[in-house]
Design a protein around this ligand. Structure first.
Ligand SMILES: [Ca+2]
Length: 488
């Protein structure tokens, strides 16, 4: 071979090597930038400089652990479980006595439970809030069963997807009629979806399920919640080597749909629908199945499981269908010596103060109880910070409590918020609550909000918190639109 040809080949090889090195360099820089945005990684850096180098696991040990899914702490998986219509009085770990919830209690014992987490009082606004990080009033009061088109690329799922997370949702959607818009979940950032047809068919027995944009065939004999959990576990198994965000938007414990042509079926061999207590038992069973499945995949240590609910317990639930009519029965629970009717729909604590459990064995110590104020707008910024993603554009109402989850630092929120139809909303501390119509309660002593406090007689902490909340409500009134949208 001629010398000239050899030189040309050598130059070609060098050019190729330089190109490969530049690609690796770019990827490394991007990865380091992403890691530096993560509070956990910053914490690890601090520890590295304080402790001797031999206290830090070697790169080979870290690689081995990452392979086994144990300590990839800067890129945790997130499994977000949202139960439907479950107040905190239902869960044993919150003091409930009427419904055994051993799996939820064990989940709380393995990590932490929040005592001051607040949802909206009904389903739809809770869901738009958690997906956008904004209160419904701030984003133009989306109509019941809709989602603002201009925010489709601004959701928590989009943010995590853009950060390299695989994303999936299963169970309830409620943000559109899927038969009219089957790719809606994908447009909002969920790559995989398995969702019952809201107002189209059953969610429990013989369910009507839209899966990845198509209606699932042969669901006769299937119990919907079994399928939703199996779908998510399959998704996690498929992506066990990558970080993922799995949103289990539970059907349980909402009652069956009552507005389709034919009544949805009872459980096989039954002459009535499942009672609220039976649905609570199913909810707990499915959470047990999900957690066991995550353990079996070897992902438990590096997976944050966050459980909460979209609003309080319903005050009645559908029991039977007879002579063309749905028969409903009341739901109430014994709780701390009180008989508590379901509070769904109410802005009081029974409608909005929801159980919230965080379990992340590699990071959160077991058996903790946290009283940070959090509300549903905080979920997006929290997940975004935890994984080192970028926040969506625009102002958020949410404040991240990632520091509490990753480093046991108190959350930043000074008051929590919830709103309802008819331009009603509140700001509250742990003890006091101020509505925009001026009513002011000690919700710790008066959880049913029977006796508003006389503002002219306030003193001490009550006066101080009243003034703080009055300022918050004034700002909310100035910055947001009135919520007069219809819906249930
Ligand atoms: Ca609900």
């Amino acid at each position: 071979m001629a010398t000239g040809q050899r030189q040309a080949d050598t130059k070609q090889v060098i050019r190729y090597c330089l190109y490969v090195f530049s690609l690796i360099d770019t990827l490394l820089v991007q990865q380091v930038q992403r890691m530096l945005r993560n509070p956990l990684f910053r914490r690890i850096l601090a520890v590295t400089f304080v402790f001797p180098l031999n206290a830090v696991p070697s790169a080979s040990v870290q690689a081995e652990n990452e392979e086994s899914g144990k300590t990839n702490a800067n890129r945790p998986n997130i499994v977000f479980i949202l139960a439907d219509d479950v107040g905190r009085e239902v869960l044993g770990c919150y003091g409930g006595v009427d419904y055994p919830t051993p799996n939820l209690d064990a989940l709380a014992e393995s990590g932490a439970r929040f005592t001051h987490a607040y949802s909206m009082p009904v389903c739809h606004p809770s869901r738009t809030t958690l997906l956008t990080g904004c209160y419904p009033r701030t984003i133009g009061n989306p109509k019941w069963g809709s989602f603002p088109a201009e925010l489709e690329d601004q959701t928590v799922a989009q943010a995590l997807k853009q950060a390299g997370y695989r994303t999936a949702v299963a169970g309830k959607w409620q943000l559109c009629l899927l038969k009219k818009d089957p790719s809606h979940p994908q447009r909002l950032g969920f790559e995989k979806s398995s969702l019952f047809g809201w107002h189209e068919g059953a969610r429990y027995y013989d369910p009507l399920i839209h899966e990845n944009g198509s209606i699932l065939e042969n669901t006769e004999g299937t119990y919907g919640p079994d399928h939703y959990v199996d779908f998510l576990l399959d998704f996690m198994k498929e992506n066990r080597k990558k970080p993922f965000f799995a949103f289990y938007s539970m059907a349980l414990c909402h009652d069956v749909t009552d507005d389709i042509e034919e009544a949805v079926p009872y459980a096989p061999g039954r002459d009535r629908y499942d009672s609220f207590a039976e649905m609570a038992a199913q909810m707990d069973r499915k959470i047990g199945d999900l957690v066991t499945g995550i353990e079996d995949l070897g992902l438990r240590e590096n997976t944050l499981i966050l459980f909460t609910t979209d609003n309080g317990t319903p005050f009645r639930t559908i029991a039977r269908y007879e002579d063309g009519k749905y028969i409903r029965e009341p739901v109430s629970s014994q709780y701390q010596g009180m008989d508590v009717p379901g509070g769904k729909g109410s802005l009081n604590d029974w409608g909005t103060r929801v159980p919230t459990i965080a379990s992340w064995p590699g990071v959160i110590d077991a058996g903790q109880v946290w009283d940070d104020l959090i509300d549903f707008s905080d979920i997006l910024p929290t997940f975004v910070e935890l994984v080192g993603a970028d926040l969506p554009e625009g102002d958020l109402d949410g404040q991240s409590f990632a520091g509490r989850l990753s480093a046991n630092q108190p959350g930043p929120r000074q008051w929590a918020y919830a709103e309802s139809r008819g331009n009603r909303y509140f700001a509250k501390t742990r003890t006091h609550k101020l509505y925009n119509d001026g009513r002011f309660y000690n919700s710790a002593e008066d959880p049913f909000e029977k006796s508003p406090l006389e503002v002219s007689k306030l003193e001490g902490t009550a006066l101080k918190e009243y003034e703080q909340l009055r300022e918050a409500v004034q700002v909310l009134a100035e910055n947001t639109e009135s919520n007069d949208s219809a819906g249930q």
